[in-house]
Design a binder for this molecule. Structure first.
Ligand code: SF4
Length: 376
């Protein structure tokens, strides 16, 4: 079983915090769709097309800038190239692109999950983020979405913004919960160096909230979502039981995935299962269209994969087991690492039963625990 990720690199405008690969000119959209279809067909009769594709994810960029016809031609190419038994087909949407007709069109294509970049309902924060949509568009979109035939929708929220109070965040969460979302992704604002916010920070024009404020935001998000029946199954992801994202869960569980489009990442186990290869298409639309893009390739050893698996699993509510590490990665934790885990269990930051997983207390300091564990 594997997944397919398609990177659609077009956006209306650059969000101030975003460091994904995208372009704001859309005049090459038709040419891009054609190249993407060529790239899909190029995998015919390859190792990637032998197994079953269980999930497809249209990410970006802004995939909802593609028309239903364009999406349909991409899906047709996928069906004619791969063995598709899709459990989940997700598309990322921006609120300003959504209409009932568009959602009906997506449903008609077999897309059963949409992910909407709401981020906030506060006009000032949306402006600060330089989002293309306003609060009203987000509300209208959620209204249409919650009434649509699409099975699952998820909405993104960003907390920990400069000037965002707990009351503002609470209002955002309450507004979103009115639409009874089956899934929510909530991220703390991270400021990457190559972004507009990164430049402002460098110039000293931005004051970011301290760790204690961000921690209060996380607590509020977790508590309110839990009360609404959405459980934290990964550091940034909350879902009603059975509504967890399959595609993203497969990333954390080291299932194979193939990424197509400029800037897309792939991961594939070696045939002998003694390691894997990770690669990415160059993030450059011009070169992609000229068939001139390079791939950055990285070989990952079994031990490297095991450590990565520990890191990814500790971010999830499922955790990992020592047995899994042994059988899948031929890897054993050192006595020092086991002693560290026992200490964390004593401090109630972790549960050490058949599976080893962080408690809610531990999840607050996931990165620190992972770092300490891997260096213990
Ligand atoms: S819409 Fe998404 S991908 Fe595009 S700039 Fe904004 S955050 Fe980045």
């Amino acid at each position: 079983m594997s997944g397919l990720y398609l990177h659609i690199p077009f956006c209306k405008q650059a969000c101030s915090y975003c460091d994904f690969y995208f372009v704001t000119r859309q005049d090459q959209k038709a040419q891009f769709v054609e190249k993407l279809i060529n790239e899909i067909h190029s995998k015919q009769d390859s190792v990637y097309s032998q197994g079953i594709i269980e999930t497809i994810y249209f990410g970006g960029g802004t995939p909802s800038l593609l028309t239903i016809k364009e999406l349909s031609s991409i899906l047709e190419a996928i069906k004619s190239t791969f063995h598709l038994k899709a459990k989940e087909i997700t598309i990322e949407l921006n609120p300003d692109d959504v209409s009932k007709e568009y959602l009906d069109g997506l449903k008609g294509l077999g897309i059963n999950r949409v992910s909407m970049g709401v981020q906030s309902f506060d006009e000032e924060l949306l402006k600060f983020m330089h989002r293309a949509h306003n609060a009203n568009e987000a509300l209208q979109c959620l209204e249409i979405l919650s009434l649509s035939a699409i099975e699952v929708f998820t909405a993104d929220l960003i907390y920990g913004n400069p000037g965002q109070t707990l009351q503002m965040l609470e209002k955002d969460i309450d507004t979103l919960l009115q639409f009874d979302p089956p899934h929510v992704s909530a991220y703390s604002l991270t400021i990457e160096p190559r972004t507009r916010l990164g430049k402002q920070l460098e110039l000293g024009r931005l004051m970011v909230p301290g760790d204690e404020v961000v921690e209060q935001h996380v607590d509020l998000v977790e508590e309110k979502l839990k009360r609404a029946g959405l459980f934290r199954y990964e550091v940034s992801n909350f879902a009603k039981p059975g509504r967890e994202a399959v595609h993203n869960t497969n990333y954390w569980e080291h299932k194979n995935y193939l990424g197509l489009g400029p800037g897309a990442h792939s991961f594939w186990w070696d045939e002998n299962k003694q390691g894997a290869t990770r690669w990415s298409n160059e993030a450059n639309l011009k070169k992609y269209l000229e068939n001139n893009h390079t791939k950055e390739i990285e070989k990952v050893s079994l031990a490297g994969l095991a450590e990565e698996r520990v890191m990814l699993a500790l971010r999830t509510s499922k955790g990992f087991s020592l047995c899994e590490l042994k059988t899948r990665y031929n890897y054993e934790l050192s006595p020092g690492q086991l002693a560290y885990l026992e200490r964390m269990a004593f401090e109630k930051k972790l549960v050490m039963e058949k599976d080893i997983k962080l408690t809610s207390k531990g999840l607050k300091i996931t990165d620190a625990i992972i770092l300490d564990l891997l260096t213990a």
